[in-house]
Every structure is written in C-alpha cells, then in structure tokens.
Write a protein that binds this ligand. Structure first.
Ligand SMILES: [Zn+2]
Length: 166
C-alpha cells in the first residue's frame, strides 16, 4: 500500500482527507469505514499497519507508547488490554496528537481532551457501534459473551453500551 512509503504527517493527512467529516477529527467509525474488512474481532494490528504504523511489543512502556509512527505495546498484560492500547494509540496517531507515553489514568472514564478522544476512538474501533446495536437488537446482551465476541474487556463493552444506549 502506497501509504507505507509516506511519512507519518503525510499518512495522517491522507487519512484525514478521506476519512474525516471536516478535516479536524477522525473517529473510530471513520477508520472502520476505510479499513475494516467486516470481520469481528477487529484485527486491530492489521488496521494499524494499514494506517502506516509499525508495532513493537515491549514491556518498556507498561501502558504503551507512540513515537512517530511506531506503536509500542506491552506483552505483560491481558490480550484485551493490549488491543485497547493499540487502538487508543492509533487514535492519537491518525488524529496527529504527537508522541505519547501512556499512563493508566489516560484510559479511565475521567480522561479528558485528547485522551478522551483516543478512548472513544478505541471503543468505536474495537466494539463497532453498528455490530453492537445489531447484537443487542437480537437479544445478545450478556456482557461476558459480547466481550468474548469482540475480544474486548467487559468494562469496555459495558461502557460502549452505556455510550450508545443512554
Ligand atoms: Zn493516550
């Protein structure tokens, strides 16, 4: 893909030019429309690479880190947390928030500013609203089963339900 040969600013600009409504913010839904093949669980690593990111697993940053187009994500945590960290950092990347070293509090409901933007982005990518609405409409409402289906944490699924249906 051509974007792999572009610099990160060019990649971010080209993604925003296609994906955003007003050139200001790229949402998780925008990203899915462009890169998602429709299968669940979302292949977040593949999508991140499609956006021009490179992924490195390391425990040097226990909550993850973004440097340029490189996403560093931890090994010594649950698969669900690892997926969330990659999705959150991808949200920073495509929205050109600059380099990040994450603190666990950035992932909480109390997060504000770009951290909140990255959290909503990650939720919408890992637990797509359309799919969740379809499942709930078909009475698939058990959080434990939904979490398994999306390969997401139960906390993430519960907060996404709250966000969509409140
Ligand atoms: Zn962050």
């Amino acid at each position: 893909m051509v974007e792999h040969f572009l610099g990160k600013e060019e990649v971010a600009r080209s993604i925003r030019a296609v994906g955003t409504k007003n050139g200001i913010q790229m949402t998780g839904n925008d990203l899915l429309m462009r890169y998602w093949n429709g299968s669940v669980p979302i292949d977040i690593e593949k999508i991140a690479e499609s956006c021009g990111c490179r992924l490195f697993m390391t425990d040097d940053f226990v909550n993850g880190c973004l440097k340029g187009n490189i996403i560093y994500f931890p090994n010594s945590c649950s698969m669900q947390k690892r997926r969330f960290i990659v999705a959150h950092l991808l949200g920073h990347f495509v929205n050109v928030h600059g380099d990040q070293v994450e603190d666990v509090k950035n992932f909480s409901d109390q997060a504000t500013g770009i951290e909140k933007i990255a959290n909503v982005f990650a939720s919408d990518v890992l637990v797509p609203r359309r799919v969740l609405k379809f499942l709930v409409a078909n009475r698939k409402t058990k959080i434990t089963e939904l979490a398994k289906f999306f390969a997401a944490s139960e906390v993430l699924v519960a907060s996404q339900i709250e966000r969509i249906f409140k």
